[in-house]
Design a protein around this ligand. Sequence first.
Ligand code: SME
Length: 152
Amino acid sequence: MSKFDFYQQLNAQISAVICDESDTIANMANISALLFEHLPDINWAGFYRKQGQELVLGPFQGQVACIRIALDKGVCGAAATSKQTQRIADVHQFDGHIACDARTNSELVIPVIYAGEVIAVLDIDSTHFERFDEDDQKGLEATVALLVKNMK
Ligand code: SME
């Protein structure tokens, strides 16, 4: 199956699960579970929610993670402040990367933007180098769009 088809199917399933639910934390929880179950070669999938000048751990699947990340720290902070997806092929080359899990080698972080403001980030980690390509980025940005669509 092509990655395009894979993400079409995954996002159709996510759309069916979140349906017309508007509780963002509940939707983040189910999205984390579906991503962790279906994405191959990942070791963490979840959300950090923006609270003031920090990102605070939200619903996730995987090992225990750092609870608070300052906005000027880490890949997550870079995604939140730049409002741009960060696709990092080798986290060890990223200045300021926060190693919650020492096994992580690549990372994709997508800002969740509602009404022009970053309200959270979706963070996905892999033990593989260069785990995420442009197709993964597009597919997972579409996942985040499904979450935003249901916010009220
Ligand atoms: N590595 C992230 C921190 C979050 S954990 O990977 C779950 C970062 O540098 O922002």
